[in-house]
Design a protein around this ligand. Sequence first.
Ligand SMILES: C[S@@+](CC[C@H](N)C(=O)[O-])C[C@H]1O[C@@H](n2cnc3c(N)ncnc32)[C@H](O)[C@@H]1O
Length: 224
Amino acid sequence: MATLLRLILRFVLIAALTSSTLLACNSLMFNNLSSTSDPLASQTDKKTLPPISPIATKDSEPERIPDAPYVQTPPEVVLKMLEMAKVNKNDVVYDLGSGDGRIVITAAQKFGAKAIGIEIDPELIRESDRESKAVIAQTPEIRDRIKFIKQDLFKADLSDATVITLYLLPQANLRVRSEILPRLKRGTRVVSHEYELGDLPPDQIEKVKVGNYEHRIYLWILDN
Ligand SMILES: C[S@@+](CC[C@H](N)C(=O)[O-])C[C@H]1O[C@@H](n2cnc3c(N)ncnc32)[C@H](O)[C@@H]1O
């Protein structure tokens, strides 16, 4: 009887040790995977997005879970993206997931383009409107060249787009490639901060160092 009890105790001890070792390994692996220095990826790893109901009823929440968290493109990178796309006054620029509207405002103010921001988060749309009002007060001529639309980017009408700017996650970029690119006109320039469009070879790649981090920018000129 005593031998049987000892056997059972040993079994319980081994089982407890094995499961705690597995838990420790799991947590170590997760921490290692999270140690990326890309600002957008690290935001996602930290799970900074609030838990959002897929059917939001209030005007303070996105209508569904966004495809990328809100992280701003630094001003130097915004300028480089628009320069790479050779944005000019004849262009219609769409920033898909426009955040606080910085790419849209810069495209209108510094490059003379018509620019539209598509953003799913109503709070960011309000922030973009506030930002653009301040800029319009200084440069009133851009009033008719800036617009922000609260919408899921995958449902946006992009029929007049000549330039598309992106700062989304790789998975969302894959959807952009398969669902949006085929709808765009031949010659449309697509510029993406940080992530590629799957294995579609870019026409140009540039790097911009801001602080310790080297940002990558990709350009595609569509031959649809
Ligand atoms: C990484 S931020 C980029 C913001 C801005 N374009 C910039 O470069 O500073 C991504 C933005 O996309 C928005 N977003 C994510 N999924 C979206 C969707 N399906 N439709 C519209 N906006 C979306 C997020 O709310 C967030 O503001």
